[in-house]
Design a binder for this molecule. Sequence first.
Ligand code: AMP
Length: 240
Amino acid sequence: MTNATRVTAPRGGNATETTILVMVGAPGAGKGTQTALLGERLGLPAVSTGDLFRAALREGSPLGVTVRPYLERGELVPDAVTIAVIADRLAQPDAARGVILDGFPRTRAQAEALDRLCAGRGTRVMGALYVEVELEMLVDRLSGRRVCSGPEAHVYHVRSRAPRVEGRCDSDGTALDHRVDDRPETVRRRLEGQMAPMFEVIDHYSERGVLSAVRGDQTVEAVTTDLLAAIERCRRRPGA
Ligand code: AMP
């Protein structure tokens, strides 16, 4: 299907022609990377509420003004605001064939609202894909971050993006800093707080029989392969 036909496709549609996928996973699980890759492979827009909120902040729109304090404190934006943003995004022409949602739903109330939004469009969530990574591995991934003390704050990782000289920025030679926020104890506490509502979302989709878990502790390519296989299984599920 060409872009032109995709954009002019009728809105709504039924469950067989609209692919609504939800990505679930903790910060550091690689969900954002996988969402972008799947979006390309499946020709569906990848929709991230975090990106929509950051764009609103940059534009200084009324939505940006509303969400700024929550983003600055790292807290969840109220459900009513978040759900309205997603309702608006799902009504855009490029979402007619479906979307891959990243970072939404983050609470059970959001998951229930998404079900209602889908039902109103004659469709349903086809699959919720949980990129599963053990807590200790997430702590290890997230706490390995090092940031240079230069004005551009270049970001490294002790294993996956190590600098050429240990502790020094490749670009400007300044010392690399291990931020207090990235210390293992702080990362573990933050992750535990964020994972509690995520498990509610996982329960929601498990109860509806649309949850598929894939192991996130593999190469990027292997995770993508497993996700594509899981999506195929979702597609073949009766009523999908
Ligand atoms: P993210 O890029 O997904 O980590 O999101 C960045 C920030 O946007 C989060 O820390 C929240 O403040 C906000 N946010 C993103 N998605 C949601 C959501 N589904 N519900 C509430 N707040 C959200």
